[in-house]
Design a protein around this ligand. Structure first.
Ligand code: HT7
Ligand code: ZN
Length: 891
């Protein structure tokens, strides 16, 4: 397809002041009447009224009450154009659509008998003709009419004005949104739902009504989402002074949804996965995810809705900033329960670790492949392909660097200025960074390169110790490898948080040459050039550097560190994130060496020194359990694959299996005693301390069962059978699923039996089996298993959650099985991508992305992948979504 360019942005000649929508909802023939007051845009060159439309049947259109004159209305590839001369024109447009046939889940569609909308990014044009761009902000009123029996609840954005009964068993509701909004934030819901309600007072003392709407049978799973909403509301008031601006705020859960959730003004629509959780059905991770997605969508009310994006290239303006805000919120929620500053720091670090783990597993590979793009892309073929880890997660890292550079107060001042200048506007990333610069009186021009340059920078660090002078010189250099379409890279503005650790393990005060002491123990160095040195003085012994503390920039740190140094930092680094990271770096080194041995057919042996460093963390019960659970977890397979050059999933898997088993075997007694000590008594509560213990306990069980003793299988079986909550039940099942013990089959069956009919829990069951391997040498035929599971009545290719669980679990979370040597995984991939694409291009495209990084593999593997990519690329009628992914992969 033809790329759309950021540089081609032009305001529209006509925008819209008011929109009045009238929906006659019917599964097969919904009629939509749209009355628009179009107004001439003074800031734009003259031109026609431009309306986008996609798969619409136009029933009628009038201009100021009259039929269009000859030639006044033109049909174009993307919709309609209307020539008018007046500065203000009233259009009435009637369209007809078929929600029951809409399997794309974009626009107006049906799910379990109800009607739901998804308009971001370009779904509104699938409902009616409209200037469907985020820079057109209008006031909306909506009337909905539907069958009262099947759709007793009628919701839209803003405030409810009126409801009433109609003849023929139908009823209606009228809604008004008092705020200007772009069409992508429009939403309606007409379905058979029930609400959990709560009234709270906002910071200014206004009472607001909060509602979480779900199917009646799910009402016992919504209290956590409601609590999360209240926490989010309070947090945004306390941390950013931002108040809920509506009298009513609604969350609606829907089973069929392409993404996690959507921040429609006052009517957030959520994938059930991010609303529903109770102790019997949701793990601690599910509870955490519900809390963070509820927060994310709620925070969008200011960062996204009150101030929105001028065009979709600016997506990170709202997404990077809102992910940053939800990450800060989660860190605060985690730290809330801590009883000391050190415990709070550790709890915050656990959130940071999870964020960085996600970035390394998901964003780093994207930045190293054919889809690499800056957080603000310069072009796209299909905007839906750009809701990426780069725009979201790396975008959040860029905002976090601004916080690091400007400090808490400076950052808050920048945010306040942003809202004071831009409330009610559609703006750009330059506008946001401009406010940060102006509020702080600093120049952030160089910093803007983070918005235009793709690729993960490498930060190289070298230290020189001058014993005679008692000084340590740190030289930092940066280099960003070329990415698709961007061969030459320039230096970025990188904040590097640095500490120096003394021989006793304690942090040293940092005094730069020419400064008076005493200095702080962590300082932020600002690298702005290709290379620069800093000299620290007043040191009595050679220090050990601890760099990039808290992961102060989204870069790959290249530093030559001996095994001893890594072990030293694993034991002493005062920065809990870096303490964890030292362990990850050590593990990575051990695993990559084991993988090289496996590839060369050499025997595999885990270095003893690594075992000692690992064990020291395992047995240290003074450490926060959640932190230890993270410290014992190996780096993700996706991240490690990118670190192996060329990538080869089989020896990497062999290395991971060998290391896990060897550690489990060597430290069996330690794992067992920690496992036994960590039991959480009493009723389940979602609480960071309890969740940390359960996480560590499940981690111990994983190592124990990997080592394969009958005792371990027995423990896992008992945990499975007597579990008082899903975290324990799922942890035990996950451990058993990788074993060859007969208990494996029984547990899988029991789980299936217990949760039959429970879609969300069955997703876990599908995903576990798709992503599993065996600790033994037994080769499971995972592909056959996945294919068999597709025939399970609970599976459906038209439900995205099912596809993400089973197919995503196999294509993305099980590289060694997916990349099996006979290439059968790739043929299956092509077949499924093509099948999915017929109904839902967005979901197909997400699955297609599983092979985008194919060029990192060995030449033999690449030769097996190529025909599958070519087959999909050559398929007739393939969507622009999938075409862009496979096209870029093959180019
Ligand atoms: N802003 C929301 C994006 C979204 C979306 C985009 C494309 C297709 C379907 C979608 N559903 C939701 C989600 C968010 O970032 O909050
Ligand atoms: Zn978002």
């Amino acid at each position: 397809g033809t790329p759309i360019l950021r540089s081609a942005y032009q305001p529209l000649a006509y925008t819209v002041a008011t929109v009045d929508l009238d929906f006659h909802l019917d599964p097969k023939a919904t009629q939509v009447t749209s009355r628009l007051q179009c107004v001439r845009n003074e800031d734009a060159p003259a031109g026609p009224i431009v309306l986008f439309g996609d798969t619409l049947e136009l029933v009628s259109l009038t201009i100021d009450g009259a039929a269009p004159a000859d030639g006044q209305l033109r049909h174009t590839d993307s919709g309609l154009e209307i020539d008018v001369s007046a500065d203000s024109v009233a259009l009435e447009i009637v369209t007809r659509i078929d929600p029951s046939a809409n399997l794309t889940l974009s626009g107006l569609y049906q799910s379990r008998g109800g009607f739901f909308t998804q308009c971001e990014a370009e779904g509104f044009r699938r409902i009616t003709y409209f200037p469907d761009r985020p820079d057109v902000m209008a006031r909306f009123t909506v009337r909905l009419e539907a069958d009262a029996a099947t759709c007793p609840v009628l919701l839209s954005n803003g405030n409810l004005l009126e409801t009433g009964a109609l003849p023929n068993g139908r009823h209606f509701a009228r809604w008004e949104d008092p705020f200007l909004k772009p069409s992508y934030l429009f939403a309606l819901v007409a379905a058979d739902l029930k609400a959990l309600e709560r009234k709270v007072d906002t910071m200014s003392g206004r009472e607001v009504l909060l509602q979480v709407w779900v199917e009646a049978r799910d009402l016992d799973r919504v209290s956590h989402a409601m609590d999360s909403l209240v926490h989010s509301l309070r947090w945004d008031e306390e941390v950013f002074g931002l108040e809920l601006d509506l009298d009513r705020f609604m969350i609606v859960a829907v089973s069929d949804f392409n993404m996690g959730a959507m921040e429609n003004k006052g009517l957030n629509i959520f994938n059930t996965k991010y609303v529903l959780a109770n102790p019997d059905t949701g793990t601690d991770l599910d509870f955490e995810n519900v809390e963070s997605v509820v927060a994310h969508e709620y925070f969008h009310n200011w960062t996204g809705n009150r101030v929105t994006c001028r065009d979709w290239f600016q997506l990170t303006l709202k997404e990077g900033l809102t992910v940053f805000r939800d990450q800060q919120f989660t860190a605060d929620m985690m730290a809330r329960a801590s009883d000391s500053p050190a415990a709070a720091a550790s709890a915050r670090a656990v959130t940071r670790i999870a964020n960085v783990r996600g970035l390394r597993a998901g964003q780093f590979p994207e930045d190293a492949g054919p889809m690499a793009h800056p957080i603000r892309p310069d072009s796209y073929q299909e905007i839906n392909n750009f809701y990426t880890a780069t725009v979201y997660q790396k975008g959040a890292e860029v905002i976090r660097m601004l916080l690091t550079l400007l400090g808490r107060e400076g950052f808050r001042n920048g945010m306040d200025l942003y809202f004071s200048y831009h409330d009610g506007q559609a703006v750009t990333c330059d506008d946001f960074v401009g406010c940060m610069a102006e509020a702080n009186g600093v120049d952030l021009d160089l910093f803007m390169r983070w918005y235009s340059q793709a690729g993960t920078p490498h930060l190289k660090a070298e230290g020189a110790w001058d014993a005679a002078a008692g000084s340590y010189t740190l030289t930092l250099s940066q280099h960003t490898p070329p990415t698709a379409g961007q061969p030459d890279k320039l230096p970025l503005h990188i904040p590097v948080a640095v500490g120096l650790i003394g021989p006793d393990g304690a942090d040293l005060p940092l005094v730069l040459a020419g400064e008076a002491g005493p200095g702080d123990t962590t300082r932020v160095l600002e690298l702005k050039e290709a290379s620069r040195s800093w000299t620290f003085t007043g040191l009595s012994a050679e220090p050990v550097p601890s760099l990039l503390r808290g992961f102060s920039a989204p870069v790959i740190l290249d530093i030559a560190e001996s095994d001893e140094r890594l072990a030293f930092r694993m034991a002493f680094d005062a920065d809990p994130f870096n303490r964890w990271d030292a362990g990850q770096r050590y593990m990575e080194r051990v695993i990559l060496a084991l993988a090289a041995d496996a590839a060369a057919g050499r025997p595999l042996e885990v270095p003893q020194a690594f075992g000692h460093a690992f064990r020291a963390l395992l047995i240290d019960d003074s450490l926060d359990a959640a932190f230890v659970a993270e410290a014992l977890a190996l780096p993700s397979e996706a991240y490690l694959l990118d670190r192996l050059q060329p990538a080869d999933p089989a020896p990497l898997r062999a290395a991971l299996i060998h290391l896990t088993r060897a550690l489990g075997l060597a430290m069996k007694a330690d794992f067992l005693s920690r496992y036994l000590d960590l039991e959480v008594d009493g009723e389940y509560r979602y609480h960071p301390l309890d969740a940390g213990k359960r996480a560590l306990r499940n981690q111990c069980l994983r190592y124990l069962t990997a080592a394969g003793s009958a005792t371990a299988i027995d423990l896992a079986t008992k945990q499975f059978e007597h579990a008082g909550n899903m975290t324990e039940r799922y942890g035990a099942l996950a451990a058993l699923v990788q074993s060859d013990a007969p208990a494996r089959v029984g547990a899988l069956e029991a789980f299936h039996q217990r949760y039959m009919g429970d879609a969300l829990v069955l997703d876990k069951w599908f995903q576990l089996q798709a992503g599993a391997w065996r600790w033994s040498d037994a080769a499971p035929d995972t592909l056959a298993q996945v294919q068999a599971l597709m025939a399970n009545p609970a599976f459906s290719l038209s439900n995205p959650n099912k596809v993400y669980a089973l197919l995503g679990g196999y294509f993305k979370a099980n590289p060694a099985e997916f990349h099996r040597a006979d290439g059968a995984g790739y043929a299956f991939w092509a077949e499924q991508v093509i099948a999915l694409d017929r109904n839902n291009p967005q979901v197909a495209s997400r699955m297609a992305r599983a092979l985008e990084g194919w060029r990192k593999f060995t030449p033999e593997i690449q030769a097996r992948i190529r025909p599958a990519l070519e087959k999909v690329a050559a398929t007739e009628g393939i969507s622009p979504d999938v075409a862009e992914i496979v096209g870029k992969a093959l180019s």
